[in-house]
Design a protein around this ligand. Sequence first.
Ligand SMILES: N[C@@H](CCC[C@H](N)C(=O)O)C(=O)O
Length: 289
Amino acid sequence: MTSLRFTKGHGTENDFVLLFDERGDIALTPERVRFLCDRRAGIGADGVIRAVRADSLEAGKGLPSDTWFMDYWNADGTTSEMCGNGVRVFARFLEREAGVELGAGMEIGTRAGVRTVTSLGEGRYSVGMGRWLLGEDDVVVATPGLVPPRPAQSVDVGNPHHVVALASVEELEALDLGAPPDVAPAPPHGSNVEFVVTLGHRVADGVERGRVRMRVHERGVGETRSCGTGACAVALAVRSWAGAGAPDVWDIEVPGGEVTVRVLGDRTVLEGPAVLVADGEVVLPSTVA
Ligand SMILES: N[C@@H](CCC[C@H](N)C(=O)O)C(=O)O
């Protein structure tokens, strides 16, 4: 009988099964990930995150050997370069599981490079999300409930995104994201697709902040309640559409809560909550054991 100890956690209801595996002893396979993420037959989650030392995983080679690496997998058994909500939950998991102290910022290895996570207290974390790049803007996205298809802005924040501007909250709510939106031309490695409505601007403590609401269809998952890298992509796209003088701080409403994105030159910082919900042990069925 093969069993795994796990923790369930979420960041604005983007939920994960977390595995503590310092020396990389767990043979994590696409089949095992699909089982763990199955909401009926398994635990249920948008993804699996394994905490492993960098020198125990091929993807971590080149990093200082004692660096903690976030081995992130989508629910369909594919890996992704980065997960913005996941990295906050990962940090909270490490604080509890490994007694890690984040202090002024702890470096975490990901397939997109090193990310720095800082605790803001009360279960909130800030993540230096690395460099961003705006790409093509002559891409068209079609999805049920969206008439006609709309142009999209490509954004790379370590993983690939396409952001589509909508005119109203009603239009956002009318979308059917039960299937992957059709992105043309098709991105070579797939894409996460965000739909966004601008809600306005306000000045708080002398800082101008924009507010938007978004929904997302995640590559390798489906519609999720939140996406941290998607929130960064949305802030960057909306800021670019708004032109000179647009705010650098964006409060992003997602179905599962709210996160904040700060644009600092060629980098972004993501802030939001991280919650650990439950611990348990799962017996793997013989099909994946
Ligand atoms: N939910 C994540 C993104 C997870 C990876 C994504 N589905 C991909 O394939 O790139 C986030 O919070 O950023």
